[in-house]
Design a protein around this ligand. Structure first.
Ligand code: ZN
Length: 174
């Protein structure tokens, strides 16, 4: 008799899943929700995801439900004071004028640090000379709760493993 096992999630598999991310626990406020109409597709084992998130999905099969919590430390880390930065208003000038549409409270803007790394910051204060931006991850300092269902699991292709990302449906097209 042939033994026929369903494929399990693990290193170098591509997993399609739905999930709901809540703050703190399974009763917390919904932060993000991904349903079966537009599921998330991840390459496992490529360092793209939170380590503990991947760990909790390990060994699951198509149709399996999951529900787990991550501490802020396992998630996006603690809120760091030094990630709140005053940026001179000059930095937002376009042809000598401050771009007022860009400089709005609550706006997320892509900025480059001294090393040229791209970071996203949220404007939390607009002063006469400086704009205060918070570069902490929006979920920093928060415990996370994920629940959802595995929609599909398949082996990653060698090309996907080499590139470190998913190709085809839900992934890159090239
Ligand atoms: Zn690729």
């Amino acid at each position: 008799m042939t033994k026929c096992d369903l494929m399990k999630t693990g290193k170098d598999t591509v997993v399609t899943l739905t999930y709901t991310l809540r703050e703190n626990n399974d009763k917390g406020e919904i932060v993000e929700s991904v349903n079966a109409d537009n599921p998330a597709v991840f390459l496992i084992g490529a360092g793209n995801l939170l380590e503990k998130f991947e760990g909790n999905l390990q060994g699951l099969e198509k149709g399996d439900a999951f529900s787990f919590a991550l501490t802020s430390e396992e998630g996006y880390g603690e809120v760091m004071e030094e990630a709140v930065v005053d940026v001179p208003l000059r930095a937002f000038e376009v042809e000598g004028e401050v771009d007022q549409e860009m400089v709005q409270l609550g706006n997320y803007l892509p900025m480059r640090d001294q090393e040229g790394n791209l970071m996203h910051g949220k404007i939390i204060e607009v002063g006469p000379e400086f704009v205060t931006m918070d570069f902490n991850h929006p979920m920093a300092g928060k415990n996370l709760h994920f629940s959802g269902e595995i929609v599909d699991v398949r082996d990653a292709s060698q090309e996907e493993i080499d590139h470190g990302h998913v190709h085809g449906a839900g992934g890159h097209h090239h």
